[in-house]
Design a protein around this ligand. Structure first.
Ligand code: S3P
Length: 172
């Protein structure tokens, strides 16, 4: 199968941005990071600022708006925000393409935690217990949207990219 659009979903720390950038170089596709797009479209400096000043609900609306602005884009890799799966309309906008592949980059909670050590940019990872509960609650939802799942715990970025490309080639 030749995909025109790859949508990377998964929890914070799954590697969506790093894998997305590397995959876009391999395929010569455009790359968009949804968090970054939200910041650009709302002229705000950080996601934390949106959560603090406007609240999570408004952030989710901005996430939907950002996803909607990409509906016509082809030859694109989209690294979603970890919570893009919170709203069906966000996901529907992201997968609105006949040749879309949704990749769930799966990570154990402890892997996410280790990868985000010392990174204070994620409001929903500020408290470990609630982050763990969120991780548990979301696993089945990520799985439900996924065309493919790659377990990233033991893999480098390059290995994850190779796994994604291998699976797409196997389907051809
Ligand atoms: C969030 C994930 C973050 C960011 C925001 C909320 C979430 O993005 O959008 O802090 O709800 O999981 P990353 O998944 O890129 O860290």
């Amino acid at each position: 199968m030749v995909y025109q659009r790859y949508v990377l979903i998964g929890f914070m720390g799954a590697g969506k941005t790093s894998v997305g950038q590397a995959l876009s170089q391999r395929l010569d596709f455009n790359f968009v990071d949804l968090d970054q797009l939200i910041l650009e479209q709302s002229s705000v400096n950080s996601i934390g600022e949106i959560f603090t000043n406007l609240g999570e609900e408004r952030f989710r609306e901005l996430e939907t708006e950002a996803a909607n602005s990409l509906v016509d884009a082809e030859e694109i890799i989209i690294a979603t925000c970890g919570g893009a799966i919170s709203r069906r309309e966000t996901m529907m906008a992201l997968i609105n393409s006949p040749e879309v592949c949704v990749i769930f980059l799966k990570t154990g909670f402890n892997t996410s935690k280790a990868r985000l050590l010392g990174d204070n940019s994620r409001p929903l990872f500020a408290d470990e217990d609630s982050a763990r509960k969120l991780w548990e609650k979301r696993q089945a939802v990520y799985q439900g949207w996924a065309t493919r799942t790659v377990d990233t715990d033991e893999l480098s970025i390059a290995q994850v990219v190779a796994a994604i490309l291998r699976e797409a080639a196997d389907e051809a």
